[in-house]
Design a protein around this ligand. Structure first.
Ligand code: TRP
Length: 331
């Protein structure tokens, strides 16, 4: 264990799929095994687009249950709800005053909307609220509040972590060395799983396999994986098969070698291959699914874990705010 502090936020956006699990969740949980880790459900970041409180609350439980069910090490990890920490609202306000407006104008997500509006011939800022526009400042506050060294994120969030670094730099320039400069770690793109249609598994392609679907639903999804039209007798190329690619992510090396041989030898139809894949995933996830379902019907236990996390997070956050207040206001 080195003494680097890892931090990441997870937006409560809804049903996770097995691509998230293999590509992001498992690597994150592994990293948290031997690092001090802050992990929070970023419910404040959901506010600029989601206006249904019940939905945000429900998705927050889902994300927390997911992390716990998948084996997050709660000894090393401070798991909490972003909105439980008042200090993050404070730091956001303080950081606003060292953040150039032009930096926000350069944010990819904001720029994408401006481009779309321009094309449509409407006001460039149509549909943009200040929560969206200042999203990177809140994210910088998340990162800087807990003295984070390393921030594992998806590719789409890399710029936001760089902004946090920039904002830390602006602050340090004016007020003297205060914040560490955080570094993003980007989830390997090579680690991604193909979805039902063979493209990268992603909500935006509508080709996902949900992580904790009931067995019969999981089976139905897997049966929908698109294959070529080879007959059962024909040998098949495992490396071009979505079925095999997904199987690889869940099986042991011996099992993978056995399945590979069945593809190459011929004599196995895609229906059979899908059944084998289904049984593998279903058994690999059974225990985690049960734990997840248990937690979702005992949300008081999730609340207790999040509150314990919040208490620890607050202690660190309060120190940062004290430091910043002193530097900025002399108080
Ligand atoms: N914006 C991130 C996302 O949409 C979630 C997030 C919020 C985050 N605060 C963070 C990630 C701080 C890393 C660090 O996925």
């Amino acid at each position: 264990m080195d003494d680097k502090i890892i931090l990441t936020g997870i937006k409560p956006t809804g049903t996770p799929h097995i691509g998230n699990y293999i590509g992001a969740l498992l690597p994150l949980i592994k990293m948290s095994e031997n690092h001090k880790t802050f992990m929070f459900i970023a419910d404040l970041h959901a506010l600029n687009a989601m206006h249904d409180a019940k939905e945000i609350r429900q998705h927050t439980y889902e994300e927390a249950a997911l992390m716990i069910a998948c084996g997050l090490n709660l000894e090393n990890t401070v798991l909490f709800r972003q909105s439980d920490i008042d200090e993050v609202y404070k730091l956001t306000e303080f950081l606003m005053n060292v953040t150039p407006k032009g930096l926000m104008n350069r944010a990819h997500s904001y720029k994408a909307i401006v481009e779309k509006n321009t094309e449509a011939g409407i006001d460039i800022d149509s549909g943009v609220n200040m929560g969206l526009y200042t999203y990177p400042v809140l994210m910088a506050a998340d990162i800087l509040l807990y003295n984070s060294d390393i921030v594992p994120v998806g590719k789409d969030q890399k710029q936001h972590v760089e902004f946090a670094r920039d904002i830390a730099g602006y602050f340090n320039n004016i007020y003297g060395e205060t914040f560490k400069l955080p570094e993003p770690i980007i989830g390997e793109d090579t680690g991604y799983l193909p979805g039902l249609d063979g493209r990268k598994m992603s909500k935006s392609y509508d080709n996902t396999i949900p992580l904790f679907a009931p067995s019969n639903e999981l089976k139905k999804k897997i049966m929908r994986i698109i294959t070529d039209s080879k007959t059962p007798e024909e040998p098949k190329n495992p490396d071009e098969s979505t079925i095999f690619q997904i199987y690889k992510a869940f099986a042991t090396p011996d099992e993978i070698a056995g399945f590979r041989k069945m593809f190459l030898d011929g004599g196995m139809g895609y229906g059979t291959a899908k059944t084998i894949l289904f049984e593998k995933i279903d058994s690999a996830l059974a225990e985690k699914r049960a734990k997840y379902e248990y937690l979702m019907s005992h949300t008081d236990e999730i609340d207790a874990i999040l509150e314990a996390g919040a208490q620890k997070a607050r202690m660190v956050a309060a120190k940062t705010i004290a430091k910043v207040k002193k530097k900025m206001l002399g108080l």
